[in-house]
Design a protein around this ligand. Sequence first.
Ligand code: MEV
Length: 319
Amino acid sequence: MIENRTGTGHTRAKVILTGEHAVVYGEPAIALPLASLPMHATARHEPGPLALESVLYSGPLADAPEELAAPRAAIEATLDHLGLPHRDLTLSTESSIPAARGLGSSAATAGALALALADLAGRTLTAQEHFDLVQVGERVAHGSPSGLDARTTASTVPIWFQGGAMRPLDLHLSAHLVVADTGVHGRTRVAVADVRSFRDRHPARGAQLISELGAITRETVTDLRLDRPVLLGERLTRAHQALAELGVSSPELDRLQRTALDAGALGAKLTGGGQGGCLLALAADAASAGTIAAALRRSGAPRTWLHRIDARQPSTSQV
Ligand code: MEV
């Protein structure tokens, strides 16, 4: 009986260290879950139409705006998968993950709701079931998602991802990440299509840039293992240049990248789909991370987050 129960589900935001876009073409990527940017979802029995309560919209799911098409598709697939009715349920989400900023908000939403519905039904989803359900929404959001976001939001540790498969990564790097919001919506579906169009128009250069991004990710694993923040920073900056040439940077991202480097970042790049969204900068220590974050905010970033990556269970805080 689900009448007297409340199901809960929790996921988290993600940040891609290296490999976005190239991962769509089979290259590897490295991504980190942001523990202190969690997504909490609940599902409870409530007579009436299937309803959603979230910061973006509250009301019957059938009337939800177009921007909620992705979670809606994932919710419907989850209900079918669990054999639950498409009514008499109210779902709610609570999170400060900004939407459309390359931090995996759509996958985190779909993932937390799938877990909440399974919990309500007294079921446990396997990792593969969870991934498949989140991917239903990601297909609506991204078109041809690599699965990186779906895997990372379900993980509590940094991951290496390639060809749909992931493995946990052990980090031994003493450094800090600064994530800065450009304040501009990034539309991953458009950015992914623009990279495809670049490859169609410039096949040789497109292939070269994608494989350079793949090589950067492979080298990054060694930097993470051997604690080489300076080399890692150089690679991140190189990755930004390659992504910019593929057409997924923006004037705001380029400006924030220059600001971060001028403020002492070891390297900086866009993260996620790009064309807006967030910038990621690598800082040698906490003091430098604070200085870089302050410079980024002075340069127009509405929000910044600091993330320590030198611990097994990294921590994030908003500043
Ligand atoms: C989006 O977070 C990451 C992209 O590589 C798209 C994908 O992996 O599906 C841009």
